[in-house]
Design a protein around this ligand. Sequence first.
Ligand SMILES: Cc1cc2nc3c(=O)[nH]c(=O)nc-3n(C[C@H](O)[C@H](O)[C@H](O)COP(=O)(O)OP(=O)(O)OC[C@H]3O[C@@H](n4cnc5c(N)ncnc54)[C@H](O)[C@@H]3O)c2cc1C
Length: 313
Amino acid sequence: MVGAGIVGLAAASRLLDAGWRVTVLADRPTAASTSHLAAAVWFPTRADPRDRVLAWGAATFAELADQARRGVPGVLMRESLALYREDPGTPWWAAAVPDLRPARPDELPAGYAHGLRFAVPLVEMPVHLPWLTDDLLARGAGFVTHRLDRLDDAPSVTGGPDLVVAAPGLSARELVPDAAVVPVRGQIVRVTNPGLTLSVRDEGHPGGRAYVHPRTDDVILGGTLDEGVWDATPDPATEAAIVARCTDLVPELAHAAVLGSVAGLRPARPTVRLERGTLADGTPVVHDYGHGGSGITLSWGCADEVVRRSAGP
Ligand SMILES: Cc1cc2nc3c(=O)[nH]c(=O)nc-3n(C[C@H](O)[C@H](O)[C@H](O)COP(=O)(O)OP(=O)(O)OC[C@H]3O[C@@H](n4cnc5c(N)ncnc54)[C@H](O)[C@@H]3O)c2cc1C
């Protein structure tokens, strides 16, 4: 397994379930991955094609909802309100979300005529990813820290495996190489939680997309979708704008203190690449990258498909 972000770790878990011996190879700790900093709420964003995204997203929703029920660390269900100025109709992703309903007028903040209510999984990654890593270790997976220059080198580094799974996120651009992979920068702001328990989002806010995701000890405010931007330095003016438009949505945030801002590069591609191929030395490879703003949303559904593809084309 090349990659120890959520996509690689979920696939490693499913491959262990299927009886494979698994070695996970990554060039840095998972705490330094894009997956670690993500808001990590189930919601399909900047990922295609829709038919496959819907199927992977539905499978991931079901898996994460089950993990939340079982008390898997960091995984919880979050009641949510999506706000719209125009009637949204039935969103294309609705079939993956049980119990979606129109918001009642008394549930809408001033200025909004429409809303949808639903509960979705939210994963507190700084809690969950260390747990998932320990779980894989306990089930016999090996972890190797090594920077690959070419995906074709993976078999020699890992001792001639029967299969390589490529989940290197944005690095697929150089590693595979695959020029279709591009960064979509996102900045989010962490603030203290003034007692919020409801996720609220307005993807069409005139100031830019706005979302408020309460976690156990803080709230994540977002966000931006900056196509093709490689600079992952948080910008103070963007931070102020995010806080202002999120406070529009949720006025209680006026009492929250900013804890910090982070920016990350989503690994985007016109379509997620999940297919089987062959490396230069003939080793079969299953590519699993290009999840854009939906790596958590699609992780377990994609992992199931990796297992199916591990058995043959
Ligand atoms: C601000 C922000 C908010 C987000 N919010 C959400 C959200 O709410 N919901 C959602 O579903 N998604 C969200 N995302 C998107 C999500 O974070 C990504 O889609 C996801 O993290 C991609 O996971 P990955 O495992 O493919 O990549 P990564 O997490 O980037 O992991 C890549 C792995 O590959 C390894 N690697 C890379 N290059 C090499 C190399 N040369 N040699 C060896 N190893 C290598 C790395 O060490 C790492 O382990 C958000 C992203 C951002 C930036």
